[in-house]
Write a new protein. Structure first.
Lengths: 422, 751, 157
C-alpha cells in the first residue's frame, strides 16, 4: 500500500523538496538532464508499466504520449488536469497537498518526452491549499534549478505554471480545460481535431490527470515492469481509491490494482456502525451504480469493475448502506449535472434540466405514472448524442439507478414517499 | 479525391472535407442549425447527427471529416432517432406559437420540425421564459425563441469583427445577449437577422408587419456604394416591406450592409414628392404631368433654345442615378446642343482631380497579402470592401493606413499613420522614391529633393515585398490640395511594384456616370465653371445642393438667379430645391425603377422595378424620354429601359496619368477641412431612412480637430465649427479638421 | 478603476501566458477585482477588466457568468460554501445545512443581517472522504458535526 503517489504520506513535511529527493525524487528528471534517458525509452517504459490515465477514461499514458508530434516545429504544451470535481473524487487534492513534486517531475518528464517546453497545471479554483502547496513546490524546484531555461546546461527548457479555475466541473473535460486556460468559457471542443494536433492556443498539447503525472517518476525510477507487477493484467500498478460514504474510516487508499472490493472496504473499516451494504458507485458519480450482490466478488481494476457492470473511472468508491434512499441520491446527482452542463449542446442543455425536474417532482410527491419510463427515454435521447462525455455522464446514473432500483422509484411515485425512509 | 458512400451512392469528395459539405454538394439533405457555410463550425446543436458505419455513436455531419470508404446513412432509423431526439429537446423550451412569430414561414426550426420532428407530448414542465434585451433600433429580439445555435455570436466575432453578442450563463441558463443592453453597433448587424435560423432576431422596422409567404422576393441591386450588393426586395401590396441579401460570391457573398438593408424605409417617407409642380409668377401649382412637362419644355425653348443659347444651359446629375438615366440625360443635352454636363459635384477643383483605375476584383481583395489604405474610413464608407480586406487580414495580410484621423478598424493594422492632408503627397513621393531607388530606376526631377522618411521607407518595403498588394485611395482625398498628384503617385507606385489599385474616391453609381460620359463634352463647362458663369437654365437630376456640392453657396446662387430656368427631378421635397426651381418633377426612387448599376468589378448589374412608384411619380428615365419627345428630339423611341441599355456604347473614359510637377518637397500651408457626409447621409434615400438615422452611425455629427488646430481656429469644445459641434482629440492629424456629419453643408463655411 | 495593487496582481498572471494571450488571465483578474469590490462583480468592473485585458465586454461577461466563483449579489465577509453532493449528503449534510440555517437565521443564498456570513449550497468540493464538509472563504473544514460547526461559526468575527 502507498507505494507510488502516497509513498511519503506519513513523513513529516512530506510535500517538501527534501523529503521528495531523499526518497529518490527527481532522479529520473536528473537522468534526463544528463542525457541518460531518451523519449523513446521513456515511452517504452510507460507502455510496459501498463499505466492508464487516472482521470477517468483509462487511456494508456505511454500510448497517448507517443501520439504527440514531438518533431513538429513550434510550441507544444503539457497540461495537468487537477480540476478534480467529479462527486466522490478527492485524490488529486491529496497528491497536490502531500506530493506536489511528483506532479512537477512527472510533468517535466512529459514535457521532455513530447518536446513541450511549457506546462500548465490547471487546479480547481476552490483548491487554495493545494494551489499554495503546489506553488511552493514550484518555487523550490525553480530555486534549485530543476525548471526553467537550459536547465543544468542540458539545453532542455521547461517552464511550469499553475492556472486556477473558478468553479465549473466541466473544465475537468480536457478540451473545456484548454478553453478555460485560454480565458474563455469552459465549453468542450468537438473532436477531431484532438489536442495532440490542435490543443492549447492551437498548439499540440497533451493533457493528463494529476495522478497519472505523479505516477511517472516512480515508474521510471523503479522500472515499468516493477509497476506492472504491482497490478494485474490490463491494469498496471497501484491506484488511489477515494472511499467515501457509509464506511467507518473514509479515506484515500493507494492500493494495488486488482485488490478485491471486500479488502478495500475492510481497509476503510467496513460498513459504518455495522450497517448493511446496499449499493456502490465504484468510479465516481458518472459510473453506473452497482448492487451489494454484484460488488462482493468484484476486483478493483479496469476489467474487474467492468465485468461487474460499471467502470473504474477515477477510482471514487461511494458506499451506500441500507438506509439510503436511491431516489434522493439520483435526484442529487441529476441536479449536479443539470447545474454543471456547459449548455452548448442541445441534448445536454435541455435534457439535464428535464431529468432533474422529473426527479424533483417525484421527490416532492408529485410523481406521475410513467415517469420512470419517461426518465429512461430522456436519458436515452441524451446518451451518445452530445459533444462531450458529460451528457453520457448525466444519463448513465439514471439508467443504472432505474435498472437496479426501479421499485424504489415506482414506490415513491405511487405512495409519494420514500420506500426506505418512509 | 476519395470516394465515400452516402445512402448507398458513391460520391467523390476531398479527404478531410466535412461530411455536410459533401452532402450539400450532392443535394443530400441534412438538417442543421448551428452550421453555416460562412461561419466556423461549433457542432453544438446536434441536429445533423447521421449514422456512420463503424461508429457506435451517431456522428455530426458538420464536424466529421470524410475519409475514403466511409459509409454514411442520412435517412435510416438510427439517424432519424437521433435527429428526432434533438428536435424534441429543442422544442421543449421553444414556444409553439409559430402562427404569431415573425419568422413564421421562413424558420429553419419549423421546417426541420415538420420534416424530422416527433410528437412533443412527453414534456409537461413550463417553458423557459427569457427576458429580452434591447439590442438597438434595427434588430428585434425574442429570445424565448432562441435555440442557442450561436450563429449570431460567431457572426460578430468572425464577420463583423466585433464581438457584440455572447452567450452568458451556462447550462439551461445559457442566454444569448449583448453586453449590458448597449445595443449592436456593427455596420453589418442586419445580417444576424438573415442567419438566425429562428425568430429570435428579426428586423425591427419590419416587426409584425407580415408573414414571409405573403411577400414576393424580387432580385435587385444595392445602390449606396460601389459594390452593388445583390438583394432580394420583398414588397407587399405595392410597398417594400423588407430587404434581405441574395447570394453572389463574386460581389457580396451572402452579406449586405445595414445601409443597403434598411434604406427602403425612405420610400414611404412623408417627404416624398408625389405630384409635379410648376412655379408660375412666383407661385407654386400642383399640376398634371402634361402641364408640367409642357411648362418645362416651353421654358427651355423660350429661355434658351429659341435663342440658340444651349451653351448657357447646364446639366447636373448626382451619382445616384441609373446608368440608363445618365445616358438619356447626356443624350438629351447633347441633342439640344449643350455640352455642359457633370456629375462630379463635390469636387472643389476639377483641374486637380483623382484619376485612378480600379483594377482588382472584389473576391481577389480577400486574397491580397498587403494593402495600403489612403484617405478613407473604409469600414463605414465601404463596408463590404472592408469586409473583404478583413478576410485577407485573417489570412495574414498586413494593412498600412495613411489617414488624417484614427478610425475604428475591425482588424489590426500593421501601421496606422495619421498625417496632415498636406503631407500625404510628400509621404507617397517618398514611397515612390524609395521604390525606384530599390528598383534601380532613374529618378525623375520631382523626386530628387524628396526626403524619404521612416514612414515612407516602411511602406515602400511592404509594397515591394508583397506578392499581391493593393493600394486604396478613398474619398477624403478628393479635395486634397494635391489630389491629382496623390492619384498619380499611387498609379506610379503600383506600376513599379506590380500592385493593384482601387479607387474609392467615388461611390454609388459614379463609375457608370463616368463611363457613359456625364462629364463636359467637347469644350463644355464643368460643374464649377457652370456655377461661376452666367447660365440661362439648368436641368438637375436628383440634386440637393446643400448636400451635393462642394461650392454649394455658388450653386444655390446660380440656380436662384432670376432669369435662370431650373428643371428639377427629385424624389423628396426640399425647401432649397423649391426655392430655386421653376419645375419640379417627382421621380421614382430606388426599387421603383428599372436600371443598371456598374460596380467596381465592372459588373453591369441590371434590375427591374420591385414596386411601382407611388401616386403620379414616374421613373426618371421615362420622364427624360418624354421630355425628349416633347423637344422633338430624334432617337428616343424607347419602350423600356433595357432598350436604353443596349444603345449605350462603352467608350472607356480616358484615364491618363498626368505628369507630376510642382515642388513636392514643400507643403502647402493652412488647415484643410475634410467634409464627409456621415455614412448614412450620403444620399437622399439614406437621409430619409428613419431607423438608420437613429443608429449611432446615423447620428455621427462632429468636427474633429486637435488642440493646435482648435487654437488656430479659435474654437473650443462646445463651439460649432462650420455649424458642426467641435470635438478636440489627438486622433486627428495637424492642420486638419475632419467633419463627419449628417447635416447640410454650412453655406458660409464652404466658399 | 482597478487599483495599482490589483493591476500588479493581474500582471503576475498575465506573465504566465504567451505574448498577446493576456486574456488567459481573465478568470484571475475577475477574482482579484471582485476581492477589491466587496466580493461583487458589476458591469463596470467587468468593463474595466475587459479594457485592461483588451477583450470585449461581452467576452468577459461570458466568463464572469459561466464560472461559479463570481458574485453579483451581496455576500458575507465569510462565505460558507456547504457541499451537498453525494458523499456529503450520505453523511448528513442536509441536516447540517438546516442546522446552520437555523443557527444563523438565514436561508442558503442569504447573508446574515450583520453582513458577516452568507451560506451557499455547492456541488462536490473534492474532499469527499472528509464528508460532510464546507469551505469558508479559502479554507476547507471537514468531518463536520453540529458541535464542530458551532465552534467554527462562533469564532467568525
Ligand atoms: C465532464 C468531465 C469531467 C472530467 N473531469 C476530470 C477531472 O476533474 N480530472 C481529470 O483528470 N479528468 C477529468 N475528465 C477526463 C479528462 O477529459 C481527460 O480524459 C483526462 O484528464 C485525461 O487524463 P488521463 O489520460 O491521465 O486520465 C473529465 C471528463 C469529463 C467528460
Ligand atoms: S455534453 Fe453538456 S457539458 Fe458537454 S459540451 Fe454538451 S452541453 Fe456542454
Ligand atoms: S439569437 Fe438566433 S442566431 Fe443567435 S443563438 Fe439564438 S437562435 Fe442562434
Ligand atoms: S449543424 Fe452539426 S451540430 Fe449543429
Ligand atoms: S461530495 Fe462533498 S466534497 Fe465531494
Amino acid at each position: 500500500m502507498n507505494e507510488v503517489c502516497f509513498k511519503n504520506l506519513t513523513k513529516d513535511q512530506c510535500w517538501s523538496l527534501k523529503v521528495y529527493e531523499d526518497s529518490g525524487g527527481y532522479s529520473a528528471w536528473r537522468k534526463i538532464l544528463k542525457g541518460e534517458l531518451t523519449p523513446e525509452q521513456i515511452i517504452d517504459e510507460l507502455k510496459l508499466s501498463g499505466l492508464r490515465g487516472r482521470g477517468g477514461a483509462g487511456f494508456p499514458t505511454g500510448l497517448k504520449w507517443s501520439f504527440m508530434p514531438r518533431h513538429s516545429n513550434g510550441q507544444k504544451y503539457v497540461v495537468c488536469n487537477s480540476d478534480e470535481g467529479e462527486p466522490g473524487t478527492c485524490k488529486d487534492r491529496d497528491i497536490l497537498r502531500f506530493n506536489p513534486h511528483a506532479v512537477i517531475e512527472g510533468m517535466a518528464i512529459g514535457g521532455f518526452v513530447m518536446n513541450a517546453s511549457v506546462g500548465y497545471n490547471y487546479i480547481r479554483g476552490e483548491f487554495m491549499e493545494p494551489f499554495k502547496r503546489f506553488e511552493g513546490a514550484l518555487e523550490e524546484a525553480y530555486k534549485v534549478g530543476l525548471l526553467g531555461q537550459n536547465i543544468n546546461n542540458s539545453s532542455i527548457n521547461f517552464d511550469l505554471y499553475t492556472h486556477l479555475g473558478a468553479g465549473a466541473y466541466i473544465c475537468g473535460e480536457e478540451t473545456a480545460l484548454l478553453e478555460s486556460i485560454e480565458g474563455k468559457k469552459g465549453q468542450p471542443r468537438f473532436k477531431p481535431p484532438f489536442p495532440a494536433n490542435v490543443g492549447l492556443f492551437g498548439k499540440p498539447t497533451t493533457i493528463n490527470n494529476t495522478e497519472s503525472f505523479a505516477s511517472v517518476p516512480e515508474i521510471l525510477r523503479c522500472g515499468g515492469q516493477w509497476f506492472a507487477d504491482i497490478g494485474v493484467e490490463n491494469s498496471g500498478g497501484c491506484k488511489l481509491f477515494s472511499v467515501s460514504g457509509h464506511v467507518t474510516n473514509p479515506a484515500n487508499f493507494e492500493v494495488p490494482m486488482g485488490i478485491s472490493f471486500k479488502d478495500l472496504l475492510d481497509m476503510a473499516g467496513g460498513m459504518r456502525d455495522g450497517t448493511k451494504l446496499k449499493a456502490v458507485i465504484p468510479g465516481g458519480s458518472s459510473t453506473p451504480v452497482l448492487t451489494a450482490e454484484t460488488v462482493m466478488n468484484m476486483t478493483m481494476d479496469y476489467d474487474g469493475i467492468e465485468k461487474a457492470g460499471s467502470m473504474l473511472g477515477a477510482g471514487s468508491v461511494i458506499i451506500m448502506n441500507e438506509s439510503t434512499c436511491m431516489v434522493e441520491v439520483l435526484t442529487r446527482l441529476a441536479h449536479f449535472y443539470y447545474d454543471e452542463s456547459c449548455g452548448q449542446c442541445t441534448p445536454c442543455r435541455e435534457g439535464t434540466g428535464w431529468l432533474y425536474r422529473v426527479l424533483k417532482r417525484i421527490i416532492d410527491g408529485n410523481g406521475r405514472q410513467g415517469d420512470v419510463d419517461l426518465l429512461l427515454s430522456i436519458q436515452n435521447k441524451i446518451m451518445g448524442n452530445t459533444i462531450c462525455a458529460l451528457g453520457d455522464a448525466a444519463a448513465t446514473p439514471v439508467e443504472s439507478f432505474l435498472r437496479n432500483f426501479r421499485k424504489e422509484f415506482e414506490y415513491y411515485i405511487k405512495y409519494r414517499k420514500s420506500m426506505v425512509k418512509g | 479525391m476519395i470516394d465515400i458512400n452516402i445512402n448507398g451512392n458513391i460520391v467523390s469528395a476531398k479527404a478531410g472535407e466535412m461530411l455536410i459539405v459533401v452532402a450539400d454538394r450532392e443535394n443530400i439533405s441534412v438538417p442543421r442549425f448551428c452550421y453555416h457555410k460562412k461561419l466556423s463550425v461549433v457542432s453544438s446543436c446536434r441536429i445533423c447527427l447521421v449514422d456512420v458505419e463503424g461508429a457506435i455513436k451517431p456522428q455530426p455531419a458538420c464536424s466529421t471529416p470524410v475519409v475514403h470508404g466511409m459509409k454514411v446513412q442520412t435517412q435510416n432509423v438510427k439517424t432519424k432517432n437521433s435527429q428526432k431526439s434533438v428536435m424534441e429537446f429543442l422544442l421543449i423550451n421553444h414556444p409553439l406559437d409559430c402562427p404569431i412569430c415573425d419568422q413564421g414561414g421562413e424558420c429553419e426550426l419549423q421546417d426541420v420540425a415538420v420534416k424530422y420532428g416527433s410528437d412533443i407530448s412527453s414534456f409537461s414542465e413550463g417553458k423557459r421564459v427569457v427576458t429580452d434585451s434591447d439590442i438597438g433600433v434595427l434588430i428585434q429580439t425574442d429570445m424565448t425563441r432562441c435555440i442557442h445555435c450561436t450563429r449570431c455570436v460567431r457572426f460578430g466575432v468572425e464577420i463583423a469583427g466585433i464581438m457584440e453578442m455572447g452567450g452568458t450563463g451556462r447550462g439551461e441558463n445559457l442566454k444569448i445577449e449583448p453586453f449590458l443592453e448597449q445595443g449592436i453597433q456593427s455596420e453589418l448587424s442586419g445580417n444576424m437577422i438573415d442567419i438566425c435560423p429562428v425568430g429570435a432576431l428579426t428586423s425591427k422596422p419590419f416587426k409584425y408587419e407580415l408573414r414571409s409567404w405573403q411577400m414576393n422576393s424580387i432580385p435587385s441591386i444595392a445602390r449606396h456604394d460601389l459594390v452593388g450588393s445583390n438583394l432580394l426586395v420583398q414588397p407587399y401590396k405595392g410597398k417594400v416591406k423588407r430587404v434581405v441579401s441574395a447570394d453572389n460570391d463574386l460581389v457580396n457573398e451572402i452579406w449586405i450592409s445595414d445601409r443597403d438593408r434598411f434604406s427602403y424605409e425612405s420610400l414611404t417617407h412623408k417627404n416624398r414628392l408625389l405630384k409635379p409642380q410648376i412655379k408660375v409668377q412666383g407661385r407654386w401649382n400642383q399640376v398634371s404631368w402634361e402641364v408640367a412637362l409642357d411648362y418645362a419644355v416651353k421654358g427651355l425653348n423660350s429661355h434658351i433654345l429659341n435663342h440658340q443659347k444651349a451653351d448657357q444651359l447646364g446639366g447636373l446629375v448626382s451619382n445616384t442615378a441609373t446608368m440608363e438615366e445618365f445616358y438619356l440625360f447626356k443624350k438629351i443635352l447633347t441633342e439640344v446642343g449643350c455640352d455642359n454636363i457633370d456629375y462630379r459635384l463635390n469636387v472643389k477643383n476639377l483641374d486637380n482631380t483623382i484619376i485612378l483605375d480600379s483594377n482588382i476584383k472584389l473576391d481577389a481583395l480577400e486574397k491580397i497579402d498587403y494593402a495600403l489604405i489612403i484617405g478613407t474610413n473604409i469600414r463605414l464608407e465601404q463596408p463590404m470592401i472592408n469586409h473583404r480586406l478583413r478576410k485577407a487580414t485573417k489570412k495574414g495580410a498586413d494593412v498600412d493606413v495613411l489617414n488624417v484621423m484614427v478610425f475604428d478598424f475591425n482588424y489590426s493594422l500593421h501601421t496606422e499613420n495619421i498625417i496632415a492632408p498636406n503631407k500625404i503627397a510628400f509621404i507617397l513621393a517618398g514611397v515612390l522614391k524609395s521604390i525606384m531607388i530599390n528598383n534601380g530606376q532613374e529618378l525623375p526631377d520631382y523626386l530628387i529633393a524628396i526626403n524619404v522618411d521612416e514612414m515612407a521607407k516602411n511602406i515602400a518595403y511592404k509594397v515591394l515585398n508583397s506578392d499581391s498588394s493593393v493600394i486604396i485611395l478613398g474619398e477624403h482625398i478628393i479635395n486634397n490640395v494635391d489630389a491629382s498628384t496623390i492619384a498619380n503617385l499611387v498609379t506610379k507606385i503600383a506600376q513599379s511594384t506590380n500592385s493593384r489599385t482601387l479607387n474609392l474616391s467615388i461611390t454609388a453609381n459614379a463609375i457608370a456616370a463616368n463611363l457613359v460620359g456625364c462629364v463636359p463634352q467637347n469644350s463644355g463647362m464643368n460643374v464649377n465653371t457652370m456655377l461661376a458663369s452666367d447660365m440661362r437654365g439648368f436641368i438637375l437630376l436628383d440634386i440637393y445642393p446643400q448636400y451635393n456640392f462642394h461650392h454649394l453657396g455658388a450653386a444655390i446662387k446660380a440656380f436662384e438667379k432670376d432669369d435662370t430656368f431650373v428643371i428639377s427631378l427629385n424624389s423628396f421635397k426640399d425647401d432649397i430645391v423649391v426655392g430655386y426651381s421653376d419645375v419640379i418633377l417627382p421621380i421614382a426612387s430606388i426599387y421603383e425603377t428599372s436600371g443598371t448599376h456598374l460596380n467596381i468589378n465592372n459588373d453591369m448589374q441590371s434590375y427591374i422595378a420591385a414596386v411601382k412608384a407611388p401616386n403620379e411619380v414616374k421613373p426618371a428615365w421615362k420622364v427624360l424620354k418624354v421630355m425628349a419627345d416633347l423637344l422633338e428630339l430624334p432617337g428616343f423611341n424607347y419602350e423600356d429601359s433595357t432598350q436604353v441599355l443596349t444603345e449605350i456604347s462603352y467608350q472607356s473614359h480616358v484615364s491618363h496619368t498626368h505628369d507630376i510637377n510642382g515642388n513636392l518637397a514643400s507643403y502647402h500651408n493652412g488647415i484643410s477641412v475634410i467634409w464627409q457626409n456621415s455614412p448614412y447621409s450620403i444620399d437622399a434615400v439614406l437621409r430619409h431612412s428613419r431607423t438608420l438615422q437613429k443608429t449611432k452611425i446615423g447620428q455621427m455629427n462632429n468636427a474633429y480637430m486637435n488642440q493646435t488646430s482648435a487654437k488656430a481656429l479659435k474654437v473650443s469644445v462646445g463651439d460649432k465649427y462650420l455649424g458642426v459641434f467641435v470635438v478636440i482629440t489627438d486622433a486627428v492629424a495637424d492642420n486638419c479638421v475632419f467633419i463627419n456629419t449628417n447635416q447640410t453643408i454650412n453655406i458660409q463655411g464652404q466658399a | 478603476m482597478i487599483s495599482i495593487k490589483a493591476r500588479n496582481q493581474i500582471d503576475v498572471w498575465i506573465a504566465k501566458y504567451p505574448k498577446d494571450r493576456q486574456s488567459s488571465a481573465v478568470m484571475q483578474a475577475l477574482k482579484i477585482v471582485q476581492a477589491e469590490n466587496e466580493n461583487i462583480l458589476s458591469a463596470s468592473t467587468i468593463q474595466e477588466v475587459a479594457d485592461y485585458l483588451d477583450m470585449s465586454g461581452i467576452a468577459v461577461q461570458e466568463v464572469a457568468t459561466f464560472y461559479e466563483n463570481y458574485n453579483y449579489k451581496k455576500v458575507g465577509k465569510y462565505v460558507i460554501r456547504f457541499c451537498h453532493n453525494i458523499s456529503c449528503m450520505l453523511n448528513g449534510a442536509d441536516d447540517l445545512i438546516k442546522h446552520i440555517e437555523n443557527k444563523l437565521g438565514v436561508k442558503t443564498g442569504e447573508v446574515t443581517l450583520d453582513g458577516l456570513i452568507s451560506v451557499k449550497k455547492v456541488e462536490c468540493l473534492g474532499a469527499c472522504v472528509g464528508a460532510p464538509m464546507f469551505q469558508i472563504n479559502e479554507e476547507y473544514f471537514e468531518n463536520l458535526t453540529v458541535d464542530k460547526i458551532d465552534k467554527i461559526v462562533d469564532n467568525l468575527k
